[in-house]
Ligand binder design. Structure first.
Ligand code: BGC
Length: 379
């Protein structure tokens, strides 16, 4: 079996009967389903006509959000009273495979907004690719809850997609919100979201404008935005350096065009600072998690970008590296430690949580997405 088929197999095999995708079956800390990982995984299944798998995931998300939708009322009250939202009001970033919040003693930073935009984007792709628009009516309540939630939280500081820096806002997370809203607004325009009264298009434009106003410095996207304080407005965090997740602003969330000068400058910065020549892609320069290795999913993401702009040669180079680092079984890890940024930090994490998460379903999903993007670029 080739790596492509193995990637599909790993994902299907590790989808729970509930519809949830476990982030990694062999890494206890990742025995949960994240909306972030899950949306990309479901998207990859849609790309290979495994639509039933994707649908089961979206239905799982729907039931899970409905289960906790009462928290959004609490959140609205908290914000009205000028309070900082707490666990009673925020929707979690990850859930058990049964769609439950994890043990409340966990200190996990659950306030991560990005997964909520991501699932709306992924769902829209699913119905576009399958024509199953009826699913939108089935998921009416969770869609409306998500839109209401995003309206309340989009300008609040929250954890980024690497589950760090809760003190800031993040262009990546804002772009997922944009992507989700933009997708919903298109569905509304085509008459498939008649149950939604919210001006989704106006909201999407507001988020995009916010990104244009606050996410750019020196011709490139920044990783973080400092929140508005009593005396100071939102401002790009100029010292934060580039982060490979900024690719998400372009694909898949489409907040900026593939050839926008700011995108080109940001990709050039990722190439210079975070892409090891002939190798993979790092998250960001100061990364110490498992020593800060090259991430499969980011390497595939950069390849996806190149395939989309027609540079299939570069996309193929990145794909080849991914194929080379798969283990004997064909499993793909979260990251590869051949050239880490901070070697002394590897042991520390191995002691804490065990060997690097392998197979990581999100890595396999992005591998599938890259292969399909190259195939399309070649047509
Ligand atoms: C990453 C997240 C990811 C999670 C599960 C974390 O280490 O920072 O982006 O969602 O693992 O894969």
């Amino acid at each position: 079996m080739g790596l492509f088929d193995h990637s599909i197999e790993v994902i299907l095999h590790n989808q729970d009967k509930s519809g949830a995708y476990v982030a990694c079956p062999n890494f206890p800390t990742y025995h949960f389903c994240w909306l972030r990982d899950g949306s990309f995984i479901a998207y990859s299944m849609d790309r290979v006509n495994q639509h039933e798998s994707a649908e089961r995931f979206y239905r799982w998300v729907g039931t899970t959000i409905e289960r906790y939708s009462g928290k959004v009322d609490v959140l609205a009250e908290q914000l009205k009273a000028g309070k900082t939202p707490d666990n009673d009001g925020i929707l979690n970033t990850r859930f058990t495979l049964n769609g439950l919040e994890e043990n409340s003693e966990s200190q996990w930073g659950n306030f991560q907004v990005d997964g909520y935009g991501s699932w709306l984007w992924g769902l829209a792709e699913h119905v576009r690719l399958t024509g199953n628009y009826a699913l939108l009516a089935v998921l009416k309540e969770p869609i409306l809850t998500t839109l209401r939630y995003l309206k309340l939280v989009w300008q609040l500081p929250n954890y980024d997609c690497w589950e760090e820096h809760p003190e800031y806002l993040h262009p990546y997370s804002l772009a997922t919100t944009y992507g989700g809203l933009d997708a919903m607004s298109k569905l509304k325009k085509s008459g498939h979201l008649d149950f939604c009264d919210l001006d989704v298009e106006g909201f999407a434009q507001q988020v995009k404008q916010f990104l244009m106003d606050h996410a750019i410095f020196d011709g490139k996207f920044v990783k973080h935005i400092a929140p508005a304080k009593a005396t100071k407005a939102f401002s790009p965090l100029t010292q934060s350096g580039v982060d490979s997740s900024l690719l998400g602003l372009v694909i898949p969330y489409g907040a900026f065009d593939l050839n926008d000068p700011v995108v080109l400058q940001t990709v050039a910065a990722i190439e210079k600072d975070l892409h090891l020549p002939g190798g993979g892609v790092y998250r960001y320069k100061e990364d110490v998690y498992y020593g800060g290795g090259e991430w499969i999913l980011l390497t595939a993401w950069l390849g996806w970008y190149y395939a989309m702009v027609g540079n299939t040669a570069k996309a193929r180079d990145l794909l080849q590296w991914i194929e080379r680092v798969a283990d004997k079984k064909g499993d793909l890890p979260e990251q590869v430690s051949e050239h880490v940024l901070s070697a002394r930090n590897i042991e520390l994490w191995v002691k804490e949580w065990g060997p690097i998460a392998t197979p990581l379903l999100w890595s396999h999903a992005m591998h599938i997405v890259l292969v399909k993007a190259i195939e399309e670029g070649d047509k």
